[in-house]
Design a protein around this ligand. Sequence first.
Ligand code: NI
Length: 180
Amino acid sequence: MPAPAMTETETLPILFVPDKRLRLKARPLGDADGDVIRALAPKMLATMYAAPGIGLAAPQIGEGLRLVVLDIQPKEKPDPMVLVNPEIIIESTELAVREEGCLSLPGQYADVTRPARVKVRYLDLTGAKREIEGEGLLSACLQHEIDHLDGVLFVDHLSALKRNMILRKLAKDLKSQQRG
Ligand code: NI
C-alpha cells in the first residue's frame, strides 16, 4: 500500500531584532478572525518546529495579532498548543531565574528573572475559554511569548548594560551570517 502523501505545512520567515514590527502591541482576535487563526496557527507551529523552537508569537512572523503557539514537550511526544488572546491572570510573588533565548534573537541567551508561576487565560482553536497554570519552563515560556504580544523581548528584562551587549553581539552575528 502506498504511503499517504505527506503534505508539508508552509513555514514563514521569522523577523529578527531590530525589526520594528517586533516592538508593536498586537491586537486581540475577535469572532471574525476564525479563518485567520485557523490558517495561521498550523504555519506558526510548522515554523516553530522547523526553527527549532518551543514557542512563537504572531508578531515574530510579522502578524500583529495576539496569537501564540508553543510546545515544551520533547520531540518524541509533541504536544502543540495554540493560545488565542492569552493573558496572565495570576502570577506568583516568588521569582525564578531561567536561561532564555528567542527565535528573533538567534544565538543569544541570558538568565531572565520572572514570576515563578503564572495562570494564563486564553481561547483555544475552537474559541473555548481555557486556563493553564505553569511553573518552570512552561511558566517562563508563557510569559516570554505573551511579552511578544506587547512588543516586549526577553532582553528588556535585563540591565541596560547586558541588553546592549547582547544586541551588539546579535547585530555582529547577523552581519557575518549575511556575508556567509
Ligand atoms: Ni521570543
